[in-house]
Design a protein around this ligand. Structure first.
Ligand code: FAD
Ligand code: 2HG
Ligand code: ZN
Length: 502
């Protein structure tokens, strides 16, 4: 079990009984919200990567906040053994189950509380762009919904077809357009959450400005299911850009990629909407394993010259640059100037500008599909780190130089945000290898004052690793917040900040 140091079930938690199941049926039975059939339960127990697997006996799918509150209150209050103190059942909150750190699946037999049936759009204000939706709405569906009014969602990610807006908020997902639209801490206007004891916290306003006391909704953004169940979200949507351009450039080094980024910021200014990078290893793996992936620059020979032989003189790195604006002529002129400049300066080996929507989608399919491509390559050890941009790619190079058993190291990510996705692939999972790689990556990151979780969260994988990126005093305050909102520790146990042993 890849359990982030968790080795045994916490005996303070009770086991789901038949009377619990009867109670759940009484609350959710009419709407088919109690799942106990082993076949139907299987997807709730297994994560997207197939790396983490729990043994929940029941998954619950409330449709309303009242149903969610009744279930949570029950889990929190139930005491099994008279006189032995509090023995709560434990609950695990799940959205689209696309998380990459083992946060969304049970570790043992937790009750899974899923937002899958909370999928209603509640309101959209076409003047302000404020969207209010239940937490289980799928991100891509919301984007289609607001597109009808000329708006777009302020975040986009490869998992958009499955992830829920509640899960996005709970993980503070970053994604492909954070560079342009900022983090969810800025675009989320309101949150409705149910606390562990069933209290409904209605902070679902759509105001841009509201300085009445502490901004409690911020606590839930990035809380990874440890502070309460997010049942609805209000979010500010920007106008949908009518002119979008995408280009894909081969660059000779990470140094050159940084200079291209600076040129993009200076010359593309307000229309720059994404600046992503991938290295040749990421490209090779994706071209090989992702259905429909095409090399946008076959002239750069992103192939191996011979089986297991050296790589051809292909470019080592590629960047994907996107502009989004409201005037095709204006953006095209800016982009043309930018491309001429970086070519003339020798910062780019070769490049291609998407000529239509189909070509642009193909470039994004390649970038967004790296995670999927890697999934088909065997055992993957994923690291999602924030680093000063200048240091970011050195971690990939140092990993390649270290004396590990046969592994392949792929580096890609959100260059514009200083967010590296370091993926190490090996023929099979090995606890020994994990114990070598992990301290190396985390210590390297801490030495460069980076963060061991840029956007995916801590989940189970990094429960216990927070100390690499946060001082002890900050962790102590976090524990106090957790104790105030979930005193019995029933929400997403073993994750993020595990309960201290008694
Ligand atoms: P889940 O996976 O179900 O849950 C994630 C965490 O949030 C868990 O801890 C869970 O307990 C908690 N949670 C879920 N719903 C709620 C709720 N309603 N209330 C309280 N807690 C809740 N992440 C990025 O940041 N950027 C990316 O670019 C990106 N790309 C991805 C691409 C792919 C192909 C995949 C598979 C994943 C990607 N992710 C990315 C990771 C993932 O964090 C996001 O997909 C997404 O934000 C998770 O949403 P979800 O609904 O699937 O949540
Ligand atoms: C991305 O940017 C996602 O594609 C996933 O955050 C990263 O799989 C990964 O390591
Ligand atoms: Zn990412």
């Amino acid at each position: 079990r890849q359990a982030g140091g968790v080795t045994q079930r916490d005996p303070r938690f009770s086991v789901v009984s038949d009377s619990d199941l009867q109670f759940f049926e009484s609350v959710l039975g009419d709407t088919g919200g109690v799942v106990t059939d082993p076949h139907e339960l299987a997807p709730f127990n297994k994560d997207w990567m197939g790396k983490y697997e729990g043994a929940a006996r029941v998954a619950l799918k409330p449709k309303t906040r009242e149903q969610a509150a009744a279930v949570l209150r029950h889990c929190n209050e139930r005491r099994l053994a008279r006189g032995v103190g509090l023995v709560p059942a434990l609950s695990l909150l799940q959205g689209g189950n696309t998380g990459l750190v083992g946060g969304s699946v049970p570790v043992y037999d937790e009750v899974v509380l899923s937002t899958a049936a909370m999928n209603q759009v509640l309101a959209f204000d076409a003047v302000s762009g404020a969207l209010t939706a239940q937490a289980g709405c799928i991100l891509e569906n919301l984007d289609s919904h607001v597109a009808e009014h000329g708006y777009c969602m302020p975040l986009d990610l490869g998992a958009k077809g499955s992830c829920h807006i509640g899960g996005n908020v709970a993980t503070n997902a970053g994604g492909l357009r954070l560079l342009r639209y900022g983090s969810l801490h800025g675009s989320v206007l309101g949150v409705e959450a149910v606390l562990a004891d069933g209290t409904v916290l209605d902070l679902l306003t759509t105001l841009r400005k509201d300085n009445t006391g502490y901004d409690l909704k911020q606590l839930f953004i990035g809380s990874e299911g440890t502070l309460g169940l997010i049942t609805a979200v209000a979010i500010h949507c920007p106008p949908r850009p009518s002119a979008v351009n995408v280009c894909y450039l081969a660059v000779p080094s990470f140094e050159a990629a940084q200079q291209v980024f600076v040129a993009a910021k200076q010359q593309l200014g307000e229309v720059l909407s994404a600046f992503e990078f991938l290295d040749r290893e990421s490209l090779l793996i994706t071209l090989r394993h992702l259905p429909g992936a095409k090399d946008p620059l076959p002239s750069c020979q992103a192939r191996r010259t011979a089986r297991r032989g050296p790589l051809s003189r292909a470019a080592p790195l590629y960047v994907l640059v996107e502009t989004s604006g409201s005037s095709a002529a204006h953006d095209g002129e800016k982009l043309g100037g930018f491309l001429e400049g970086v070519m003339a300066a020798g910062l780019v080996l070769d490049g291609v500008l998407a000529q239509d929507g189909g070509q642009a989608r193909a470039m994004w399919h390649l970038r967004e599909g790296i995670t999927e491509g890697l999934r088909h390559r065997g055992a993957i050890y994923k690291y999602d780190v924030s680093l000063p941009i200048g240091a970011m790619y050195r971690l990939v190079e140092d990993m390649r130089e270290a004396d590990w058993p046969p592994i392949r190291v792929a580096g890609y990510g959100h260059l514009g945000d200083g967010n590296l996705h370091l993926n190490v692939s090996a023929p099979a999972y090995s606890e020994e290898l994990r114990q070598q790689i992990e301290p190396f990556v985390y210590e390297w990151t801490a030495q460069h004052r980076g963060s061991v979780s840029a956007e995916h969260g801590l989940g189970l994988m990094k429960a216990g690793c927070i100390g690499y990126s946060k001082p002890a005093a900050a962790v102590a305050v976090m524990r106090q917040v957790k104790a105030a909102l979930d005193p019995r520790g029933i929400l997403n146990p073993y994750k993020v900040l595990p309960l201290p042993a008694e």
